[in-house]
Write a protein that binds this ligand. Structure first.
Ligand SMILES: CC(C)(COP(=O)(O)OP(=O)(O)OC[C@H]1O[C@@H](n2cnc3c(N)ncnc32)[C@H](O)[C@@H]1OP(=O)(O)O)[C@@H](O)C(=O)NCCC(=O)NCCS
Length: 279
C-alpha cells in the first residue's frame, strides 16, 4: 500500500501502522511468553485495563504493585533521545520509506545486542552467576568487589554500567531504585543491585578509560522482575522491546510527517583520507 503513496502522505499510513502495531505489541509479546513458559495457556486481553495493566494481565500478573511496575517499566524504556542503536535503526530503515513493521523489526534486532537491550538480561544472568560462584545470596562487599574485578580481568564489561551519552547515574535506574525502596522490602537480589551501585563505579573509574562509571537503565530492572516472580530472564529484552515501540514509532511518524530524507553516512574518497592522514 505504501508504494502507492505520495511521499508527503506517508505519515498517514505510518501513523495507522504504528497505532496498530503499538496496540498489538503487548498481546503478541504476552502470547510468546505464555506459549514459551506457561504451556501455551494464553490469557485473553481485558479491555478494561490500560495498555500496561493489560500487558501485565496477559502475562499472568494481577497484583496492583506489578501493574504499577509495568506502568513505570513501559514508560522509562520507551526511548530517551533517539540516538541509541534501536531508535536509530528504526529511523534509518524508516528513512527508506520501509513500513512501520519492517522498521520496528529492524530496531528490535538492534536491541538484541548485549551492549544494548540484551544488557537487561545479561545483568541478572551475571548476578545469578555471582550468587552461584560465591555460594551465597548475601555476598559481602569484598566478595562482590572481587567478582567485579574477575569479570573485568576476563576481558568482559560489567553489564548495566556505562553509557554512550549519560555522565551520571541513569535517571531510569534511579526511578527503579525509588520504586524498589517504596514497594520491595528485604529482597536479597535487590540488595545486591544496591551494593553494586556503591562498589562498581569506583572500580570502573579506576580503569581510567570508562567515560561513565554509573549504572544505566538495565542495572536494576531484572532484580525487580525477579522479586515479582517474572524469573524467565530470556524474556526481559522482549519487555524492553514492547516499551521501545512507543518511542520509536512515535518518532517514525514525525520523521514521515516532517519529510526527513533517506539517511546515509557520508562517504569520503581515498584522496580525502590521505590528506587527513598527512595533516
Ligand atoms: C554502554 C556502552 C556500550 C557504552 O560504550 P561506549 O560509549 O564505547 O563507552 P566508553 O566510551 O565509556 O568506553 C570506553 C572504554 O570503557 C569500556 N567500558 C565502558 N563501559 C564499561 C563497563 N560497563 N565495563 C567495563 N568496561 C567498560 C569500553 O569497553 C571501552 O573500552 P575499550 O576502549 O578497551 O574498548 C558500555 O558502557 C558498555 O559496554 N556497558 C555495558 C553494557 C551495557 O550495560 N549496555 C547497556 C547500555 S544502556
Amino acid at each position: 500500500m505504501l508504494k502507492e503513496c505520495r511521499k508527503h502522505d506517508y505519515w498517514d499510513a505510518t501513523y495507522e501502522d504504528s497505532m496498530n502495531l503499538i496496540a498489538s505489541l503487548p498481546q503478541v509479546a504476552a502470547h510468546i511468553y505464555r506459549r514459551t513458559y506457561h504451556n501455551g495457556d494464553i490469557i485473553a486481553p481485558n479491555p478494561e485495563e490500560d495498555w500496561s495493566g493489560n500487558f501485565a494481565h496477559m502475562l499472568g500478573f494481577e497484583g496492583i504493585d506489578f501493574k504499577s511496575l509495568m506502568r513505570l517499566y513501559l514508560t522509562i524504556h520507551a526511548d530517551h533521545e533517539g540516538g541509541n542503536a534501536s531508535a536509530h535503526t528504526v529511523h534509518l530503515v524508516g528513512s527508506t520509506l520501509s513500513d512501520a513493521y519492517n522498521s520496528f523489526a529492524a530496531g528490535m534486532n538492534s536491541l538484541a545486542g548485549p551492549l544494548h537491550g540484551l544488557a537487561n538480561q545479561e545483568v541478572i544472568k551475571w548476578v545469578f552467576e555471582m550468587i552461584e560462584t560465591l555460594g551465597t545470596r548475601t555476598p559481602s562487599d569484598d566478595q562482590i568487589k572481587k567478582y567485579v574485578q574477575d569479570t573485568l580481568d576476563a576481558g568482559k564489561v560489567i553489564p548495566g554500567y556505562g553509557h554512550a551519552v549519560l555522565r551520571q547515574p541513569d535517571p531510569r535506574f534511579v526511578a527503579q531504585r525509588e520504586f524498589a525502596r517504596e514497594y520491595i522490602k528485604d529482597s536479597e537480589i535487590v540488595n545486591i543491585v544496591w551494593q553494586l551501585f556503591d562498589i562498581v563505579p569506583p572500580i570502573l573509574q579506576g580503569l581510567g578509560k570508562v567515560k561513565n562509571p554509573w549504572p544505566n537503565v538495565d542495572a536494576h530492572s531484572g532484580a525487580i522482575l525477579v522479586h515479582y516472580g517474572l524469573n524467565e530472564y530470556s524474556f526481559y529484552t522482549v519487555l524492553f522491546g514492547v516499551s521501545r515501540g512507543l518511542g520509536v514509532l512515535a518518532a517514525l511518524c514525525w520523521s514521515r510527517a516532517l519529510g526527513f530524507p533517506l539517511e546515509r553516512p557520508k562517504s569520503v574518497t581515498s584522496e580525502w583520507l590521505k590528506t587527513q592522514l598527512d595533516k
